[in-house]
Design a protein around this ligand. Structure first.
Ligand SMILES: Cc1ncc(COP(=O)(O)O)c(C=O)c1O
Length: 395
């Protein structure tokens, strides 16, 4: 434990020194089953051998060259990423370091598209209540949750929050004279795993296309296979049964399996909007992160691997539904929100204290009464059973 950190996190009393597969080990050698993946980051678990190899080999070659030049590995990563997001309509990539940075890039891109085509005054980005888009001043402005706004104003103007699921509010908010983009999570993570309805996304896509408002999907938590498809938005269809396409997609968290990385992906309308000097990032596309990202993309963007994520999610949810303390479960793939009777935080603490009996369990909460599970994709059925046993014992 250290006291020199600013007091920004309500940390749990455990200090880790090592990880292996779905387990983390603390300074006393105690073992913990990780059902949180560092908030959807360690998608391939801890110390996944191909990741360790790729990162070590890249580190032995070079760490960084800066974006005045090209890097072989960053080019390969960007190509693979564009290919993985092509079914969602994506064509080009900007590499960043975090989710907030990716969302800032997306807002800049949407505003410039609108400015070039329609002139000033059409810059509003509509987002949803309950959304989470980051902690910078602009991404906080986009975030539709009051509790994150306290004390930090004034905020970036030009954001508006509407009720998710309400087609009526959507219809009213998407004013073609003032709105540049609609920024949504296919499945809201931070507010307790809230998937958007088919109807809402279908209408959002229809209205955005009709009014030339950019449809931006924040896939930072629900993308990269988490819901059982490469992007969460792939689970939504238009009236003709065609997959919904985006104008812009943002990614981060698990993109490099635990090394900071983020990305803005742009579709047909937006892929040539940024020109030289418009945007940049010192570490964006960092070669070590790119080497890790290539392993993540090659592993995750595979139909058999993705369907295993869905199957494992169902296995977990089916068993949890049986527990009488569980009030409601909202889930897609390995993105699971569980409303429980009573408070979630004491359960997180008890799950850690249980490490005395081996193993402890690491879970997340989202709000006072909701547990959030985001296990690594490489979890086995027997590790899921082990986690379920611990959860049932604790609940
Ligand atoms: C949906 C979503 N968007 C954006 C962010 C911000 O990402 P970062 O913390 O990497 O800036 C998060 C983080 O939890 C997120 O869940």
């Amino acid at each position: 434990m250290s006291n020199v950190f600013m007091d920004t996190y309500n940390r749990l009393p455990v200090t880790f020194t090592r990880g292996e597969g779905v387990y983390l080990f603390d300074i006393n050698g105690k073992k913990y089953l990780d059902f949180g993946s560092g908030i959807a980051v360690n998608v391939l678990g801890h110390s996944y051998p191909p990741l360790v190899r790729a990162v070590s080999e890249q580190a032995a070659k070079y760490f960084h060259v800066c974006n005045y030049y090209q890097s072989d590995v960053s080019c390969a990563f960007a190509e693979k990423l564009a290919e993985a997001c092509a079914p969602a309509g994506m064509k080009k990539v900007f590499l960043a370091n975090s989710g907030a940075e990716a969302n800032e890039g997306a807002c800049k891109l949407a505003r410039k598209y609108s400015l070039l085509k329609y002139g000033t005054g059409r810059h509003t980005i509509v987002t949803l209540k309950g959304s989470f888009h980051g902690r910078t001043i602009t991404t906080l402005s986009a975030t539709g949750q009051e509790k994150f706004h306290r004390d930090f104003g004034p905020f970036t103007p030009g954001f508006m929050h509407i009720q998710g699921g309400s087609v009526e509010e959507l219809e009213k908010a998407l004013d073609e004279k003032t709105v540049a983009g609609l920024l949504i999570e296919a499945v809201q993570g931070e507010s307790g795993i809230v998937p958007q309805t088919q109807e809402f996304i279908r209408e959002a896509a229809r209205l955005c296309a009709q009014r030339d408002i950019l449809l931006i999907f924040d896939e930072i938590q629900c993308g990269l296979g988490r819901t059982g498809t490469f992007l969460g938005l792939e689970q939504y269809k238009d009236e003709a049964g065609n997959q919904i396409k985006a104008d812009i997609v943002t990614l981060a968290k698990g993109l490099a399996g635990g090394i900071p990385a983020g990305a803005v992906l742009a579709g047909e309308k937006t892929c040539d909007i940024f020109i030289k000097g418009d945007h940049g990032s010192t570490f964006g596309g960092n070669p070590v992160a790119a080497a890790a990202g290539l392993v993540v993309l090659k592993t995750v963007n595979d139909p058999a691997f993705l369907s295993e994520i869905s199957r494992k999610g169902e296995l977990l949810c089916c068993a949890l539904k049986e527990n009488p303390k569980v009030k409601q479960i909202r889930a897609k793939g390995l993105m699971i929100g569980i409303d429980i009777e009573g408070e979630a935080r004491p359960l997180l603490e008890a799950a850690i204290a249980r490490a005395n009996k081996q193993p402890g369990l690491l879970m997340l909460c989202a709000g006072a009464n909701t547990l959030r599970l985001l296990p690594p994709y490489i979890i086995s059925d027997s590790e899921i059973e082990q986690g379920l046993l611990i959860m049932n014992e604790l609940l």
